[in-house]
Ligand binder design. Structure first.
Ligand SMILES: Cc1cc2nc3c(=O)[nH]c(=O)nc-3n(C[C@H](O)[C@H](O)[C@H](O)COP(=O)(O)OP(=O)(O)OC[C@H]3O[C@@H](n4cnc5c(N)ncnc54)[C@H](O)[C@@H]3O)c2cc1C
Length: 346
């Protein structure tokens, strides 16, 4: 089996890449290790919040929306919480992925890629059941434990966090984040989900999921982050979580995956893969400043949080943000990065 392009993974990055490659007269294979129920379960372990900005840039949006959201609320302590006006929605992620792939002109191959090698054609993918797939161009959209990244780029994510996502009975109108007490610059969240349900998340080690009030289901998945400088090697590109593109402050990664998968595929189809490298390197969505701000933020104890967030006691506004940056210039990078991350990073 030899293809012009193989895409490994059909999550947000892979599905978006396949959609972009479809209809261009290119033979495309998409290799996905999970089947119906397992696929749905894996992709539901997620807050499923995506900004309008992402769908605007993508030029496509899913037909269904579980809930519209217009506010992100970040609670820094019992007294200080900041509301940021946003536009976005909670999606039904498995449905969104099937709509993205619907009608695409690609061979969907159920199988797990064990290893990636190079040959005279380009790349050879060896599946765990012994099948081999050859391709001229390769897009690694295979998530946190990317085999493509490991075998072609020889790297793995610099950081990885295991995160629990619980579906519980309850009501929520805003995307609510609680900072402090979660360790390593992380936070807990509570998002609206389906009717009468909320989605509650936190890192491993914080709470036992079975103790979450009103819990009906839960799962855990790894979230990779850190800076990956090279996302292109020869005729291979990595996108989404495989390239560690989730934002290390708000940990939104669906938008990054949808947009990077599309961009990698477009550059590959045009035979100008370096364009994708430039797109990632110059894109403010993936600025290394976010990692710097994450590390500063992770080092803060309750006193620093109270001090740094003091100017926002009476709520958030751009004027208060500017005032905070003047009064506490050493934390200007954090203020700026948090503001940009929660606007651009999901
Ligand atoms: C608990 C949790 C909540 C989150 N909430 C949000 C949120 O609300 N909003 C947001 O924007 N982001 C959120 N994220 C981040 C977001 O889920 C990820 O950044 C996003 O899923 C990345 O998409 P991807 O396509 O790159 O990778 P993935 O979604 O991981 O998809 C990878 C696909 O590749 C397949 N695959 C993997 N290995 C192989 C292999 N060897 N062979 C074949 N197939 C393979 C997998 O089965 C999977 O289908 C959350 C993450 C977690 C863990």
């Amino acid at each position: 089996m030899t293809y012009d392009v193989a895409v490994v993974g059909s999550g947000p990055a892979g599905a978006s890449a396949v959609r972009e490659l479809s209809g261009r007269g290119i033979s495309v294979a998409c290799i996905e290790r999970l089947h119906d129920e397992g696929f749905g379960r894996y992709h539901r372990i997620c807050g499923e919040a995506v900004s309008d900005r992402t769908f605007g840039k993508l030029g496509w949006r899913p037909s269904g929306c579980v809930r519209r959201v217009d506010t992100i609320r970040i609670a820094f302590s019992d007294e200080i919480s900041v509301d940021i006006p946003v536009g976005g929605m909670v999606v039904d992620r498995p449905l969104m992925l099937s709509e993205l792939m619907d009608g695409c002109d690609a061979d969907i191959i159920r199988g797990s890629v064990r290893s990636v090698g190079t040959d005279d054609v380009g790349y050879t993918l060896e599946l765990t059941d012994g099948r081999r797939i050859r391709c001229r161009g390769l897009i690694g959209a295979d998530g946190a434990h990317s085999a493509v990244r490991r075998d072609v780029f020889g790297t793995g994510p610099t950081r990885r966090l295991q995160v629990f996502n619980c579906i519980a009975e309850g009501e929520e109108d805003v995307l609510s984040f609680t900072v402090g007490g979660y360790g390593d610059g992380f936070y807990g969240w509570r998002f609206p989900s389906g009717p009468g349900k909320v989605s509650i998340g936190f890192p491993r080690g914080h709470t036992d999921p079975s103790e979450v009030e009103g819990i009906v289901d839960w799962g855990a998945r790894d979230l990779p982050f850190g800076v990956q400088e090279r996302v292109v090697d020869g005729c291979c590109a990595i996108a989404g979580d495989a390239a560690c593109l989730a934002n290390p402050l708000c940990f939104g990664g669906i938008g990054a995956a949808l947009l990077s998968g599309r961009e990698a595929a477009r550059a590959m189809a045009d035979g100008r893969l370096e364009r994708y490298q430039h797109w990632v390197s110059r894109n403010p969505m993936f600025s290394p400043h976010f990692m710097g701000a994450h590390d500063t933020f992770a080092s803060w104890g309750p006193e620093e949080i109270a001090d740094a967030m003091g100017p926002f006691r009476k709520g958030y506004s751009l004027a208060r943000g500017a005032y905070a940056m003047m009064r506490r210039p050493k934390w200007a990078e954090v203020y700026m990065s948090v503001y940009i991350a929660f606007n651009l990073g999901w």
